[in-house]
Write a protein that binds this ligand. Structure first.
Ligand SMILES: Cc1cc2nc3c(=O)[nH]c(=O)nc-3n(C[C@H](O)[C@H](O)[C@H](O)COP(=O)(O)OP(=O)(O)OC[C@H]3O[C@@H](n4cnc5c(N)ncnc54)[C@H](O)[C@@H]3O)c2cc1C
Length: 400
């Protein structure tokens, strides 16, 4: 059978390679090269997999369907296929990178395999229409070129960083065919808070961050937080941003609570002991070596506490305020950075519109949708490329 794959991201490339074992395959992309976003991934190192691929690492409206996709077999078989292509990993914690730590080597492996599998690649082919008549698909490019096929796989990605080619425009075609599409919103980006962090801008601090949705704790992560003049950035905030974006979009009140002493168990007891050890120090001495100076002065200013005051002279209320600002420093979340600067977009084709066993549309037979074009958005850690690979591999196996 002849199959057209639209999009040369990780999902489209892996699908095309697997399909080519038994099909005539044409891979089209609006760009003049393959896998533009893949090359940018992981700061150019491409974090393509995770040891712990589970539904809870993803945002989707239909978690139960995602659970039926992310089975042990689907995950393991996809990984074995990547291994069989020669993708050799280095593993950092749970995160997998190519051993070279260079995204170009992942792309080279996929590109070489596409070429040796006789997949026809058409660059600069932006799909603007898809028609189906008498069981035959015709895809139409912006230059009015047409290609026909028996099946079409949409691997067009989400709608973040449009300069990489994933602009979400295909969703209008899918909608016109009767599919339900959840509008794209940004994820994995900086969070704007109701704060003024000018005095601590560009400081990096180890901390944990909690996302509170209508005062209920929903997500917690710890690591390095980068302060911006009006919010926070860095991997921990990127992960938090997925939940902030999703729940803000649904009209909830979202707060971010920062704990700067998250590795200390009982902070109250710890500060008392430390004060005794240091012979009733000033607040500045007490906090010295625990947090950055600029951050300390900002936090003391925030609770109107003089840094020269002796710890033992603090009232109970002042001590409580100090502990609270150090361990539960709360700000209202206002927004997440825009789609164009986000790594991933939440939203896409609703999972209820596909058969989770093979990614075929329930509305148009022989039309398949995979990767970030679907309503599946992972947090940082290789989950997004892994999902792109898993969905592409499954559809490739199904059509062989
Ligand atoms: C800066 C950055 C860093 C990232 N780092 C990581 C990471 O380390 N680990 C991780 O797991 N994820 C990472 N991601 C996310 C990850 O890259 C994406 O989730 C993944 O590439 C999605 O794969 P995909 O195949 O679904 O789509 P994409 O990779 O987005 O590819 C879609 C392709 O379809 C083409 N296309 C779109 N519309 C059309 C059309 N109408 N006609 C023809 N072609 C079209 C596009 O040109 C594009 O080439 C990162 C993203 C960014 C932006």
């Amino acid at each position: 059978m002849k199959v057209i794959v639209v999009g040369s991201g990780p999902s489209g490339m892996i699908a095309a390679i697997r399909l080519a074992l038994n099909n005539e395959v044409v891979l089209v992309d609006s760009n003049n090269s393959l896998g533009k976003k893949l090359l940018l991934s992981g700061n150019g190192k491409c974090n393509y997999w995770n040891r712990n691929i589970v539904p809870s690492k993803y945002i989707t409206d239909d978690g139960f369907i995602l659970s039926s996709i992310l089975t042990r077999d689907n995950i393991d078989n996809t990984f074995k296929f990547l291994d069989s292509l020669g993708l050799y990993p280095t593993i950092k914690g749970d995160l997998y990178y190519p051993y070279s730590e260079n995204s170009h080597s992942v792309l080279s492996i996929l590109k070489r395999k596409l070429e040796s599998s006789n997949v026809e690649i058409k660059y600069n082919f932006k799909v603007i229409d898809i028609k189906k008549e008498n069981g035959v698909f015709t895809i139409v490019s912006s230059d009015n070129e047409t290609i026909t096929s028996d099946a079409v796989i949409i691997a067009s990605g989400g709608s973040s960083m449009k300069k990489t080619g994933s602009d979400g425009s295909i969703m209008n075609i899918l909608k016109s065919m009767g599919h339900e599409v959840i509008p794209f919103i940004p994820s994995l980006n900086r969070i704007t808070l109701g704060c003024n962090f000018k005095s601590i801008e560009n400081i990096r601090s180890r901390a944990s961050i909690k996302v509170l949705v209508n005062n209920e704790e929903l997500f917690e992560d710890s690591g390095e937080v980068l302060f911006k003049s009006d919010g926070i950035s860095g991997i921990v905030s990127f992960n938090a941003s997925a939940y902030v974006s999703y729940y803000l979009n649904k009209g909830n009140n979202i707060d971010i609570a920062i704990n700067y002493l998250n590795n200390i168990d009982n902070v109250d007891e710890f500060l008392k002991n430390r004060s005794e050890q240091l012979n009733n120090p000033s607040i500045e001495s007490l906090l010295e070596s625990l947090i950055d100076y600029r951050l300390m002065f900002y936090l003391l200013d925030y609770i109107s506490l003089n840094k020269d005051k002796l710890y033992n002279s603090l009232t109970e209320e002042e001590k409580n305020n100090l502990i609270s600002v150090l361990t539960n420093n709360k700000y209202r979340a206002l927004e997440v950075g825009d789609l164009d600067s986000s790594q991933v977009s939440i939203g896409g084709l609703k999972l209820t519109n596909i058969n989770p066993n093979n990614f075929e549309s329930n509305i148009v037979s022989n039309l398949y949708i995979i990767g970030e074009a679907l309503d599946v958005a992972g947090i940082c850690g290789g989950y997004n490329i892994a999902f792109a690979f898993i969905s592409g591999f499954i559809v490739g196996c199904h059509l062989c």
